[in-house]
Design a protein around this ligand. Structure first.
Ligand code: AMP
Length: 492
């Protein structure tokens, strides 16, 4: 039992952007670069791609941003008709080359590669099954790759048979629990998989060519965490991969499979994808995210009205909701902060002081526009309170008369087990401090949070179609036995 607990402590969390393309005759490595570049916001720690020319799979990955990892020279040398790519989202202290993806396993002459977005919740069980020694630091993607590799080997995998990868995945996937949107490839085929709750997004696109007869034909397929990564390479959005679906793409086209028990399949997309994580131009549940964020701002103004001279958003993620707040309240919208475009994420800095200083480095006040004004400042979320505390001080030091903080989601109170790096519960302010005391704590004149009901209404998807575990502590599936959470509170 001790060994099992140890596993939980050393599995590295990962949430990320994934991309895959099957397009004979097309510049596949350049397409993968463009796709990953568009998904950069989903992970800035490392980037990588695996590409196949039908004989060899070449993997190239490194620490850093997509544009640092790949240059023209590298891309030109990566030749093939099929590729997957990955951008990795860091968690504090786990930033090493070893964790970069795609993960690769040699099998036969070419092997297979895998990219993962999400977080598995039963890694200790899988680790035991595949005989990994407790104490070995590893990642979810490594564990998954090892599981697939072992099952491949046991089943006398014939890599030229179209059934090798597919059959192994069909056998292996029901053993895996938690959040996983996966792109997997062998030398000949591309596979996209979404966990039974569809916790992380994944969509399918097609590349279309118009022939000399004027007819359109499909010449390639694309998988991506978010739809803008399809658009950037000229692919047409087909649909979101369904929760619990596996799509296999090869020279015969695309085929859909259902590897999971039907009873386990229930759509529960992470609500935070709508609030913060996804790009505003992404389409989730058939809707553009930006519109949902604007509606969050409108409903926030309705729920938490305040008299003020100007509404401003915290760039970039608070801006659409601020527009909505201004529209509903009739208070003029204006800019009160400039964001340094060249800065990375401040959220994961290790100490409170470093995070506080990083906010100052990232955001700077437009003094003339805010001085002597009563401000409504809209941000998307409240986690440790670092950003809002630093901002209120900055705005007041710059002459703002009043600062009213408004958030377009309820405050975080619970950990996320599905791939978003939410700090431990001790650090989540609202888990310990009553809401009425938060304004004082961050120095604001008032504070207001959009309620969960109104958030769901803004997204326009009534019913329980989301995972909101970080806000409610109610998770859609069994979660690891964490001291912060009463085990497995299941939403019926
Ligand atoms: P905090 O400063 O800890 O209250 O965090 C809230 C701020 O961090 C907001 O401005 C969010 O836009 C941003 N944020 C919230 N969650 C995340 C996350 N998982 N990764 C990166 N940034 C985040």
């Amino acid at each position: 039992m001790k060994g099992l607990i140890l596993w939980q402590n050393i599995i590295v969390k990962e949430s990320c952007g994934v991309f895959g393309v099957y397009a004979p005759g097309a510049p596949v490595s350049h397409m993968t670069f463009d796709g990953l570049f568009t998904l950069q916001h989903r992970g800035q720690e490392s980037a990588g791609m695996a590409i196949s020319d039908g004989e060899t799979i070449t993997v190239f990955k490194d620490m850093g941003l997509v544009s640092n990892v790949f240059d023209e020279h590298t891309l030109a040398s990566l030749q093939g008709f099929l590729a997957i790519g990955h951008t990795r989202y860091s968690t504090t202290g786990s930033s090493t080359w070893r964790n970069a993806q795609p993960a690769y396993r040699p099998l036969g002459s070419a092997g297979f590669a895998l990219g993962h977005n999400g977080n598995l919740t039963n890694t200790e069980v899988i680790a035991e099954e595949i005989g990994m020694l407790p104490g070995v630091v590893t990642t979810d993607s490594d564990i998954l790759a090892e599981l697939i590799a072992q099952k491949f080997a046991e089943s006398n995998f014939d890599e030229n048979s179209s059934n090798g990868l597919k059959d192994t995945l069909l056998e292996v996937l029901p053993k895996v629990e938690g959040a996983f949107s996966l792109v997997v490839m062998d030398a000949f085929r591309l596979v996209g998989i979404r966990d039974p709750n569809g916790l992380r997004p994944l969509c399918l696109g097609e590349l279309v060519e118009t022939g000399i007869d004027g007819k359109q034909r499909v010449v390639g397929w694309v998988l991506a965490s978010e739809s803008p990564a399809l658009k950037v390479i000229g692919a047409r959005f087909v649909r979101e991969i369904e929760p619990g679906e596996m799509v296999v793409i090869d020279e015969g086209g695309s085929k859909s499979y259902r590897p999971f028990e039907l009873s386990s399949v229930e759509s529960k997309l992470c609500i935070f994808e709508f609030v913060y994580f996804a790009r505003p131009d992404a389409v989730l549940y058939g809707k553009e995210v930006h519109g949902a964020r604007r509606r969050m701002g409108e409903l926030l103004a309705k729920e938490h009205p305040v008299e003020a001279d100007m509404v401003m958003g915290v760039p970039d993620s608070g801006v659409p909701a601020a527009e909505g707040f201004a529209k509903y309240s009739g208070i003029p919208y204006g800019q009160g902060l400039v964001k340094n475009r060249y800065i990375g994420r401040t959220f994961i800095d290790p100490t409170p002081e470093a995070r506080f200083n990083s906010v100052r480095r990232k955001l700077s006040p437009l003094v003339e526009n805010i001085t002597s004004k009563k401000l409504v400042v809209v941000d998307d979320s409240f986690v440790r309170g670092t950003t809002s505390k630093a901002l209120v001080k900055m705005l007041k030091d710059s002459g703002a008369k009043e600062v009213h903080m408004r958030f377009s989601s309820p405050p975080f109170k619970w950990p996320c087990f599905y791939g978003i790096d939410i700090p431990s519960r001790e650090e989540l302010v609202a888990a310990h401090v009553p809401l009425e005391e938060i304004a004082d704590l961050i120095g604001a004149d008032s504070v207001g949070f959009l309620s969960l009901d109104q958030l769901v209404l803004a997204i326009d998807e009534p019913g329980s179609k989301f995972c909101d575990g970080c806000l409610t502590g109610i998770y859609p599936s069994k979660v690891p036995n964490d001291e912060n959470v009463e085990l497995a509170k299941l939403k019926s």
